[in-house]
Design a protein around this ligand. Structure first.
Ligand code: BLA
Length: 517
C-alpha cells in the first residue's frame, strides 16, 4: 500500500463514506496501466508493467508513448480517444495485438482529469455459449421478456446471470428511498445459505461507492487474496493521486475486501441498475473461488445492465399505473356502497374491510364523537384521546401519515409494540373525527433469511460488523420503532377517500337537516 491509501486508523466503520476509494493509488493484479499526459508523455505506470512491456517503470516514465507502442496501436488509441465523450466511461478494444508481437490484449481507454489512462488485460477466450456477446444478450432478453410481473423479471435475470457467468450466487439488491436495501431475487448454488429477503443499511455501500457505480456500471473484484499493484509515481503533477473513478481495474477498498473475506467470498462482480439517473439497484454476483471475467464479458454484462434498467423501468411504471387504476376502481366501489347505505359516522366501522383493502394496515380505528371503534391491531382505547389531540394539532385537516410515530409523538413509545406508524384521514371539522390506519414495527415483521446455525467466521481487523448477519442487525437498529413506509400511491388513495367521505357525509347531513325542517 502506498502512502495515499487509507490506513486503518484513518478509515473506520463510522466514516467510511469519506474513504477516497477512487484514489487508492492501486489496481488489481489482473491489469496493467499507463497514464499519459495530453501531449502523450508517460506520467504513471502500474508497477507490474515490465511483465508486458519488458521495461521497468523508471525506464518508461517521461517517455513519449510512441516510443513504447507501435504506430498502428497509436492510431487505434487516437481513434478511440475521438469517440470518448467527457466523463463517459471508457472505450474498449478486445483481443488486439497491441504490441505487434502476437500477444493479444484487451484495453480500456479513458480520460481522467488531465491524463489519458490506458488499461490492459491479457485477452482470454471466454465462452459465450455457442454465440457471440450479442447472441448472449438476445437469448437472455428473450427469456426475460416472457416474464409478466416485475418479480418474475427479477428472478429470471438472476437465473440468466448465473447461467452466463457461472458465479456461485447472484443477487438483486434493490435500494429504497432511505438508501437501505434488500435482496429481492437470488439464484444460487444448492449448498450455500440464501440471503433472499435480507435487509441491510445504507452504509454497507457508502455514498461515494454508489456515485462510482453510477458512473462506472460494472465492477469486478476477481480475487480478494491477490496483492494489488501500485501505480507509480503515486501522485501526478497536481500532487494528487490518479483519479480511478472510470478505471476498469481499480483496486478495492480494504474495508470492502474485509467484508467479502468475512463472508468467505473470493470474487465479486456487480452490475448497476440505473433508473432516472438514480442507482435503483445492483446485481451482486459472488464466487467462493477467485473468478475473473474477460473485459469483453464485462462489457457485455454492462450492456445487459443498460438494457435491463430500461426493461425494469417500463415494468415498474406499468405496474404503478395498474395499481393506481385498481385503487380508483376500488375507491369508486366503496364510495358507491357508502352512498347506497348512508351510514352514520359511527357506522363507518362496518366499512373497515373496504377501507383496509384500499390502504393496507395491521389495525384500523374510527374516532368519532370522542368514541373509538377498532379492528385489528391498534393502540389501546386509553391511548386514543391523547393520540387524536396530537392529530388535531398535526394534521391541519389533511391526510397525515408517519412511519415513525414515536419520533413526532413521544407518547407513542407506550404502544410501539402495537403500532409504530399511522395514517389518519380527518372526516369532519373540529372537534375532529378520524379514520386511522395503523402499521406495526418493521423489525417484528422481517427476520434474518439465513440459517441460525451459520458457521462462525473469523473476523478481520475491522471487526464483526462487516458480515451480512451483523449488517442485518445494524439495519434492524436503524428501523427500530418504524413501520413500513406509506407509499405515495397510498397517500393519494387516502386523500381521494377523504374527499369522497366528506362529500357523502355532508350530503347526508344536509338531507337529514332538510328532513328535520
Ligand atoms: C461495496 N458493498 C459494496 C458492494 C456491495 C456491498 C454489494 C458492491 C461491490 C461488490 O459487488 O462487491 C454490500 N454485499 C453487500 C451486502 C451484502 C453483500 C450488504 O453481499 C449482503 C448480503 N461496507 C460495509 C461498511 C463499509 C463498507 C460498514 O459494510 C464502510 C465502512 C464499504 N462497500 C464498502 C465500500 C464499497 C462497498 C467502500 C466499494 C468497494 C469498491 O468498489 O471499491
Amino acid at each position: 500500500m502506498n502512502s495515499f491509501g487509507p490506513s486503518p486508523d484513518q478509515v473506520d466503520l463510522s466514516n467510511c463514506d469519506r474513504e477516497p476509494i477512487h484514489q487508492l493509488g492501486r489496481i488489481q493484479s489482473f491489469g496493467y496501466l499507463l497514464a499519459i499526459s495530453m501531449d502523450w508523455i508517460i506520467q504513471h505506470v502500474s508497477a507490474n508493467i515490465a511483465d508486458i512491456l519488458g521495461r521497468r517503470p523508471d525506464e518508461l516514465l517521461g517517455l513519449p508513448l510512441n516510443q513504447v507502442l507501435p504506430l498502428a496501436t497509436m492510431h487505434t488509441v487516437r481513434g478511440k480517444l475521438q469517440l470518448l465523450a467527457p466523463n463517459a466511461g471508457s472505450e474498449r478494444l478486445f483481443g488486439s495485438e497491441l504490441f505487434g508481437d502476437g500477444r493479444r490484449f484487451d484495453a480500456a481507454i479513458h480520460i481522467s482529469s488531465t491524463s489519458i489512462v490506458i488499461e490492459f488485460e491479457e485477452a482470454r477466450e471466454e465462452t459465450f455459449g455457442n454465440g457471440n456477446p450479442g447472441a448472449v444478450i438476445k437469448a437472455m432478453m428473450a427469456r426475460i421478456e416472457r416474464s409478466t410481473t416485475s418479480d418474475a423479471v427479477f428472478n429470471e435475470c438472476v437465473r440468466q446471470l448465473r447461467a452466463v457467468t457461472g458465479f456461485d450466487r447472484v443477487m438483486l439488491y434493490r435500494f429504497n428511498d432511505s438508501g437501505s436495501g434488500a435482496v429481492v431475487a437470488e439464484a444460487l448454488n444448492r449448498d450455500i445459505e440464501p440471503f433472499l429477503g435480507l435487509n441491510y443499511p445504507a452504509t454497507d455501500i457508502p455514498r461515494q461507492a454508489r456515485q462510482l457505480y453510477l458512473r462506472n456500471r460494472v465492477r469486478i473484484i476477481s480475487d480478494v487474496d491477490s496483492t494489488d499493484v501500485d501505480i507509480v509515481p503515486p501522485t501526478g503533477p497536481t500532487g494528487e493521486p490518479l483519479d480511478l473513478s472510470l478505471s476498469v481495474t481499480r483496486a478495492v477498498s480494504p474495508i470492502h475486501v474485509e467484508y467479502l473475506k468475512n463472508m468467505g467470498v473470493s470474487a465479486s462482480f456487480s452490475i448497476s441498475i440505473v433508473i432516472d439517473d438514480r442507482l435503483w439497484g445492483l446485481f451482486a454476483l459472488h464466487h467462493y473461488h477467485p473468478r475473473h471475467l474477460s473485459m469483453e464479458m464485462r462489457s457485455t454484462m454492462e450492456l445487459f445492465g443498460q438494457v435491463i434498467s430500461l426493461v425494469i423501468e417500463g415494468r415498474l411504471s406499468k405496474e404503478m399505473r395498474r395499481v393506481e387504476e385498481e385503487a380508483r376502481d376500488l375507491h369508486d366501489r366503496v364510495v358507491g356502497r357508502l352512498v347506497a347505505t348512508s351510514p352514520t359516522m359511527e357506522e363507518l366501522i362496518d366499512f373497515a374491510d373496504d377501507f383496509r383493502e384500499l390502504i393496507h394496515c395491521d389495525g384500523f380505528a374510527i374516532w368519532a364523537k370522542d368514541v373509538v371503534r377498532t379492528v385489528g391491531r391498534c393502540p389501546f382505547p386509553d391511548d386514543m384521546p391523547g393520540l387524536t389531540r396530537f392529530l388535531n394539532r398535526a394534521s391541519a385537516s389533511r391526510v397525515y401519515a408517519s412511519d415513525d410515530l414515536s419520533s413526532v409523538y413521544p407518547k407513542a413509545h407506550d404502544f410501539m409494540d402495537r403500532a409504530a406508524g399511522l395514517l389518519a384521514i380527518p372526516i369532519s371539522r373540529s372537534p375532529r373525527d378520524y379514520l386511522i390506519f395503523f402499521r406495526k414495527e418493521i423489525v417484528e415483521t422481517v427476520t434474518w433469511a439465513g440459517r441460525p446455525d451459520e458457521k462462525p467466521v473469523e473476523f478481520g481487523p475491522n471487526g464483526p460488523r462487516l458480515t451480512p448477519r451483523k449488517s442485518f442487525e445494524a439495519w434492524q437498529e436503524t428501523v427500530r420503532g418504524k413501520s413500513r413506509p406509506w407509499l405515495s400511491s397510498e397517500l393519494k388513495a387516502a386523500e381521494a377517500l377523504r374527499v369522497s367521505i366528506l362529500e357523502v357525509l355532508l350530503r347526508f347531513n344536509e338531507e337529514a337537516e332538510r328532513q328535520q325542517t
